[in-house]
Design a protein around this ligand. Structure first.
Ligand code: FO1
Length: 374
């Protein structure tokens, strides 16, 4: 663990972010001292928004991101990795701000041509985005592993953080519906607009898969592991299903901090709230705590859920209450700072309200574990 002295108002072991760093939208470069290692487990848009804040308060080269690939799909014979691309495009500052996925200023001419021919176009690939899928598909056909291709694509977008697919093997998230039919993640999420109740989720191929190169080492070497505010059952669970990953977090759960994707009983994006209910979990920050208690010791929840802090503590996690809605870059940065601060001392955290610049935080609400449960 890193024991660097902490500057006033700075996240743990990291200096306060300068105004210059905050002004830039694309990889501002290292703003913290080298050596404080951060690993993150990431799904799509929620994770990408936290990571865009993280690269502004920590040195990008000290950040390792393990990304879900259970959502990957073959579309028009192209290999599409939605979560990897969402993280890359967001960190590069080129993602579409409204959709959260795909590229900004996108056009859809190829899709329109496909429509003319009567092809299936429910999964929309934009013209600019197509280049990424064409490149990845060609490289896969040439025998390159997904981890190598991801490094190449991230490097082309000048991403400083190390982005790792959870595995180089094919692992597919599959959902069983109440009529016992089985659908892929994208069929459920996009085609069915995640509006059908789900009976079970499976990560096909997971038991035979191995973690991608650097994944276990990156998790073990990190001073802190962040579980990003992604869907616990559809985005984080596939990562944990890869043999070895869950165990590596369980062993060091004291320095694993999760951020709840559920705010006020609702998922900010996607189906996490109703999916949790359908699969027997309480759709709340307290329900998230019960899912994560074995792998993480700290849960960051939103101000709106402050009254759930005691329940989170009862589930066995230290609870930190702060603004978690990342509707601006500053909010992403403030949350990233607050998350890093939690590993300093979960019982005396100062995480300010949403949008409060680092170094100018108000008091937070924290709840500690019931006596004897540390
Ligand atoms: N999401 C949609 O809701 N509709 C789409 O047509 C769609 C296409 C798409 C293409 C490329 C890509 O990288 C992502 C895309 N997404 C689309 C997002 C994706 O389904 C989800 O965001 C993730 O899989 C969940 O994290």
């Amino acid at each position: 663990m890193n024991n660097m002295p902490r500057e006033p108002g700075a996240p743990y072991g990291l200096p306060a972010v300068s105004a210059g760093d905050r002004a830039s939208t694309r990889n501002p470069g290292p703003s913290g001292p080298r050596g404080f290692k951060i690993a993150a487990l990431a799904g799509g848009v929620g994770a990408a928004r936290l990571l865009r804040g993280l690269v502004r308060v920590a040195s990008a080269e000290d950040i390792t991101v393990v990304i879900n690939t259970g959502d990957d799909a073959t579309v028009h014979r192209l290999h599409v990795c939605p979560d990897i691309d969402t993280v890359i495009y967001t960190l590069a500052g080129v993602s579409d701000p409204d959709r959260g996925w795909g590229l900004a200023s996108e056009t859809w001419n190829a899709l329109t041509s496909l429509e003319r021919y009567g092809a299936d176009t429910w999964f929309r690939l934009g013209d600019r985005d197509l280049g990424t899928h064409l490149y990845r598909t060609e490289r896969i056909a040439a025998g390159a592993p997904l981890s190598t291709i991801t490094r190449e694509i991230a490097s082309a977008w000048e991403i400083g953080a190390r982005l790792l697919p959870m595995t180089d093997d094919r692992v597919e998230t599959r959902l069983t519906l109440f009529d016992d039919s089985e659908v892929s993640f994208q069929e459920y999420f996009v085609r069915m607009k995640n509006s059908v109740p789900v009976k079970a989720i499976e990560f096909a191929g997971a038991t035979q898969a191995t973690p991608g190169p650097g994944v276990i080492d990156g998790l073990n070497a990190a001073d802190v592991v962040i579980v990003c505010p992604s869907n616990p059952l559809l985005s984080v669970a596939p990562i944990l299903s890869i043999p070895g990953i869950r165990a590596s977090l369980e062993r060091r759960r004291e320095s694993v901090v999760a951020v709840s994707p559920i705010v006020g009983g609702r998922a900010l994006r996607g189906p996490a709230d109703h999916l949790m209910a359908e699969l027997g979990h309480e759709p709340s920050a307290a329900g998230v705590a019960k899912i994560y208690a074995s792998i993480a010791s700290i849960l960051v929840i939103d101000d709106q859920d402050a009254e759930l802090a005691a329940e989170v503590a009862k589930a066995g996690m230290h609870c930190v209450v702060t603004g978690t809605i990342m509707d601006t870059l500053d909010a992403s940065e403030a949350l990233a700072s607050a998350v890093l601060e939690t590993v300093q001392s979960p019982t005396s955290i100062t995480a300010g309200p949403r949008g409060t610049p680092p170094g100018n935080r108000g008091p937070s609400v924290t709840a500690d574990l019931p006596h004897g449960r540390r």
